[in-house]
Ligand binder design. Sequence first.
Ligand SMILES: [Zn+2]
Length: 242
Amino acid sequence: MRTMDWQPSKELIQWGNEHFGMLAKDSVWSPEDSGVQYRKMDDNKFALIFMLNHPLAQEHHEKFSLLMEACGYEVEKPDGLQMVTPPLNPIQQAEMQHEMRQKIAETWACECGFPLANCDLEQRVDEYVETIDADVGDGQTTPVDIWRCIIQCSACGTDLSIDPDDYHLLAGDSLFMSWTSSTHHYTALTRAQLKDFADAGLFTDGYSANITVLGEKVGDEKVPSWLWGISVISKELNDEEE
Ligand SMILES: [Zn+2]
């Protein structure tokens, strides 16, 4: 029995047909901030695999079920589904969400089946896509750079283009906060490292030539936007080869 009179729009159903159709079997659909996750069981069935103990999550589940059914899928809600109660502490909430996302990232795989988490994540190429006017509310927009991270599948050699946030989930902070230009490799410095360098007199005695702060560009090369304003240590690529 459904109490909801909400119905998915034509556009939403069209989106669902495309998006749900593209998902591989066993992949997880986890709409952001929805409190629910689904696994695609086969070509015409999804199963609810996670649900937050929250009234909005229940509502989202009802709406997603209506959408998936309108797209021709059966939606299963397992009897033993464990509801997860979100912590009240916002920091713990953020940690829980991060852990959930990381768990999903562990299931991502190349088309050949090889897990992305096992690819050589250190070998990443950052590709600038375009600058868009992003909506920041109240009819205001701000320019935002869109980037893609290219990694190579270690099994079949295919170049895989992934969202920087997804790369961050897979590779963690230290790899994400580094960048290779055509001439240098840059690694972000933590506050503790900067403090140690400061204590060692690096910034007052003039030895800090290879420590710098990244802006929008180095020379003519665009810097990935997540590294703008970050203190980094740079190393010439030739140095590493020698
Ligand atoms: Zn592959």
